[in-house]
Design a protein around this ligand. Structure first.
Ligand SMILES: Cc1cc2nc3c(=O)[nH]c(=O)nc-3n(C[C@H](O)[C@H](O)[C@H](O)COP(=O)(O)O)c2cc1C
Length: 195
């Protein structure tokens, strides 16, 4: 698959098989992220590639517990409000039981922290699609980056005190054998072309 096809056919795949992709394939996808551009070539994005089942389960449980302690506020981002409500009624989903979770972190207070991380995660999602693997951005860890219990857990995995969690993606084979590639209607992202 060429680069354009991989970009245009990428969709979020949330139903993934349990099977762990070969380490070499995961490595290629991670390298696709590591080679993404960074502001001033800072290369400060820190990637956690989590394939340990126990850690994946503990993280999902931790997020459920911590979101359940929060109260939705009127000016909160809608998805965050939904996550809190879902945690309270036990229906919250974090990583969809994916076999791989890739978490991105970057320097706290660095102006390009989110942009650099997003470039990297998008590179990984496109590379994964080219290799017939599915991905989906999962944002809950980012929302709880300042939560004490989440920080304590992530610091045990190697997060530095001066890093903030910018996002994460799940990765794996599609539950039906291939990643989701159904066409999506383009309803937004307007373009102003100035000729
Ligand atoms: C910044 C960002 C955050 C997202 N957070 C989540 C999330 O927490 N859970 C989820 O299931 N999908 C999440 N998504 C996936 C979007 O829902 C998805 O990209 C969008 O609906 C468009 O569908 P497509 O990816 O299939 O084209 C996120 C995507 C982005 C870019």
């Amino acid at each position: 698959m060429d680069a354009l096809e991989a970009i245009f056919t990428r969709r979020s795949t949330r139903r993934l098989a349990d099977t762990l992709p070969p380490e070499e394939t995961i490595h290629t996808i991670v390298e696709a992220g590591r080679t993404a551009p960074t502001g001033h070539n800072s290369q400060t994005t820190h990637f956690f590639v989590i394939t340990n089942r126990e850690v994946l389960t503990e993280l999902a449980e931790l997020l459920k517990t911590e979101f359940a302690k929060m109260e939705p506020e009127p000016d909160m981002y809608i998805s965050l409000k939904n996550a809190i409500s879902a945690a309270k009624n036990g229906s919250i989903v974090f990583h969809y039981n994916a076999p791989v979770l890739i978490v991105a972190a970057n320097r706290k207070g660095y102006g390009n922290a989110m942009a650099d991380s997003a470039c990297a995660l998008e590179n990984m999602m496109i590379a994964a699609n080219a290799l017939d693997l599915g991905t989906c951005w999962c944002n809950q860890l980012h929302w709880l980056t300042d939560n004490k219990a989440v920080r304590t857990y992530m610091e045990k995995l190697g997060l530095s005190e001066d890093e903030t969690i910018t996002g994460s993606i799940i990765l794996g084979y599609g539950a039906d054998g291939s990643p989701v590639r159904t066409e999506r209607k383009q309803t937004g992202n307007p373009v102003t072309w100035v000729r």
